[in-house]
Design a protein around this ligand. Structure first.
Ligand code: FAD
Length: 385
């Protein structure tokens, strides 16, 4: 495998080298709220309710007519003239559908939720990228760990960002990435690397007091499928997440082999010149069983949950190809939950692309109408929770 690692590194250097793309602008993280929502709030027909939780979607028969939501102690109804777009993400969009009576009838009945549409696929098909983080002690004190260790180092990072909008603070934690083909039969890249010039025991935790960097690797198209379930009919209760990582032999094989591949990369020049020692998993973790055990204990989400309100043309799909919830009118789901299969990469831009495409389709479907005209008003509303 060493020659393959060297070949891929060489190819990456010669051919595939490029910028690691980030959602940033002028050195600032650019969220969807910054890019899309804030400019739109200038419009007269946009109202944003913050610190407000949607409790359920309201229907008149099978027509979505609004939502019930809660701000602090106040529960109110937001009425929709044209329809409701549900974008609560892959964990909570299916939760809200289920709380609103669309989901597996048996499961809804277990929680005393009246069934509007028996749709067993709601909440199923959960997919995510499971990431394994390999941490290395760097032979040179050139990592972000080192910059952060001293007051002067931190000041330099801050000044560089303030004056030039460059440096470690102007980019994400992961400053590099790589897509590679691991399995011999892979026609397109099947694993992805995120490379961080820092290291910590847990992602986002305090950095180590030694020079360190992190190679994170994940399988791009996992076979394992989890699901989302209601914990209760209380809309304020968190749903239950059954991630079901590494459920198939293929995914376990990927875990073991991708960690092995990352190790080979770290042992291949020029990266090898910077490696003083492997910290995690640690050189003692060698056999297939030990590596799999490491994967099970240390594998963590890259926060790419998807697939739980699957789009499709079949009877079991949650939304149709125009993202309309099947079986009801005036309700769309627009977020990562609609992906039938997880994309082979990060999900933030795909989520925005889904939204852009959905906007076009919804406007096409309502040519003469303006969806933005949603009227909302506080109304006495009794919700059994
Ligand atoms: C820590 C972290 C780091 C990430 N880093 C990257 C990255 O570097 N690159 C990348 O490509 N992707 C990254 N992602 C993934 C990316 O952010 C998601 O794929 C993307 O945001 C998903 O979009 P979405 O619209 O499906 O869901 P979300 O962005 O989760 O949007 C759902 C929204 O609905 C709201 N909501 C949920 N339930 C309710 C309710 N009942 N009432 C009211 N509001 C509700 C939530 O508060 C949230 O604002 C990261 C995710 C996380 C969590």
């Amino acid at each position: 495998m060493a020659w393959r690692a060297r070949r891929i590194l060489t190819a990456a250097r010669r051919k595939a080298r490029g910028y690691f793309q980030l959602t940033t602008r002028n050195g600032w993280r650019m969220s969807a709220a910054d890019a899309y929502l804030r400019p739109a709030t200038k419009r007269a027909n946009v109202s944003v309710l913050t610190d407000t939780q949607v409790l359920r979607i309201l229907f008149d028969g099978r027509q979505a007519i609004g939502v019930a939501c809660r701000t602090g102690e106040t529960t109110r109804v937001v009425k929709a003239r044209r329809g409701v777009i549900l974008s609560a993400g892959a964990i909570q969009s299916p939760q809200l559908l289920m709380l609103s009576g669309i989901g597996p009838a048996k499961h809804l009945q277990e929680h005393d939720v009246p069934v509007l549409i028996d749709r067993p696929s709601v909440g199923q098909n959960l997919q995510d990228h499971l990431q394994f983080r390999l941490i290395y002690r760097c032979a040179k004190a050139i990592t972000t760990n080192d910059a952060l260790r001293t007051l002067w180092g931190r000041a330099k990072l801050g000044l560089e960002w303030l004056l030039f909008r460059t440096g470690a603070l102007a980019v994400g934690i992961n400053q590099g990435g790589m897509f590679a083909r691991l399995m011999a039969n892979a026609k397109t890249p099947d694993i992805q690397f995120h490379v961080a010039t820092l290291s910590a025991d847990i992602a986002g935790g305090k950095v180590h007091d030694f020079p360190g960097f992190t190679l994170s690797v994940c399988q791009l198209r996992p076979e394992s499928r989890g699901h989302i379930a209601l914990a209760s009919s209380d809309p304020m209760a968190r749903p239950r997440i059954f991630a079901n990582y590494l459920a198939t032999a293929t995914d376990r094989d990927y875990a073991v082999q991708s960690i092995g591949f990352a190790r080979k990369l770290a042992g291949t020049p020029p990266l090898a010149d910077l490696v003083e020692a492997e910290v995690t998993p640690s050189p003692g973790v060698r056999t297939e069983g030990e590596v799999l055990d490491f994967a099970r204990r240390n594998g963590a989400t890259i926060f790419h949950p998807s697939g739980t309100c699957r789009m499709g043309s079949d009877e079991d799909a949650v939304v149709d190809p125009r993202l309309r919830v099947r079986g009801v009118a005036g309700l769309w789901v627009v977020d990562c939950s609609i992906m039938p299969t997880l994309v082979s990469g990060n999900t933030n831009v795909p989520a925005m692309m889904i939204a852009e495409k959905a906007a076009d389709m919804i406007l096409e479907d309502n040519e003469e109408q303006h969806l933005g005209r949603t009227s909302w008003q506080a109304q006495p509303y009794r919700i059994a929770i």
